[in-house]
Design a protein around this ligand. Structure first.
Ligand code: PEP
Length: 257
């Protein structure tokens, strides 16, 4: 983390979990914990249907509500899809784009991720762009090449003045929901590599302003060590974001001056 240059962000990804009532209760429980988080932004990326209840429950608190996906078009014949403008209108501030589960299950490509990133920025949302390798790729030594490419393609056409609204989450696929976590050194190395791509493309100042998160079995026991890396500015958290108490403890670990 480096508070001089950028925000620390702790974002929960609820995936397809928790109904509207549970969302309300969760936010009520998290509210006092999030209020303590002076040095850290708190985001909950909830299922589409839970957005209205979550936005209402989070009103006047430090908790921002995010979505887990969006469509790149503003409107039209796209059955089952939700546009970024619709999300913004509903009070959503962040949107996860290119999560590995969507890349795997919905065939999302880097090009599609890029289209969604541009649409999200256009609508005033803050995209959280997910990148990361499989275990096989890591074993073959291509992690950094892959991540460089994913970041470059995702950001095609993003202007320098839009970059400060972008967050990048390094999420090694082998660590998501598996209980295996990248070591702090691995997370820090990839975070540093992402920062270098940003520096080459946008200059040092703009690159410094981007928060780079780590995601992949982050929990109450490993959060502080991972967050101590200079290029790990927060976490994107799945499993441990489903319990307000554990999520609150991760926020506490991140809320360091
Ligand atoms: C995620 O889904 O983005 C994630 C990091 O999940 P988990 O924390 O459960 O590994």
């Amino acid at each position: 983390m480096n508070l001089r240059y950028r925000k620390t962000i702790i974002a929960g990804n609820w995936k397809m979990n928790l109904n509207a009532e549970a969302a309300k209760q969760f936010i009520a429980q998290l509210k006092p914990l999030a209020a303590e988080a002076k040095w850290c932004d708190v985001v909950l990326c909830v299922p589409f249907l839970q957005i209205p209840a979550a936005v209402k429950a989070a009103k006047g608190t430090k908790i921002a509500i995010g979505a887990q996906n969006c469509h790149f078009e503003t409107k039209g014949a796209y059955t089952g899809e939700i546009s970024c403008a619709m999300l913004a209108e509903a009070g959503v501030k962040y949107v996860i784009i290119g999560h590995s589960e969507r890349r795997r299950d919905c065939g999302e490509t880097d090009r599609l991720v890029n289209q969604k990133v541009l649409a999200a920025l256009q609508a005033g949302l803050r995209p959280i762009i997910c990148v990361g390798e499989t275990l096989e790729m890591r074993d073959n030594g291509v992690t950094l090449d892959l991540v460089r490419m994913q970041v470059k393609v995702a950001l095609r056409g993003v202007m320098q003045d839009q970059l400060r609204r972008v967050t990048i989450a390094y999420e090694p696929i082998w660590a998501i929901g598996t209980g295996y976590t990248a070591t702090a050194e691995q997370a820090g190395e990839v975070g540093g590599c992402i920062r270098e791509v940003l520096r080459q493309n946008y200059g040092a100042r703009a690159a410094r302003s981007v928060s780079i998160l780590y995601g992949g079995s982050m929990n109450t026991s490993n959060a502080a060590t991972l967050l101590a890396q200079p290029d790990v500015d927060g976490g994107l958290i799945g499993g441990a974001s489903l319990n307000a108490e554990s999520f609150g403890k991760i926020i506490e670990a991140a809320n360091q001056e």
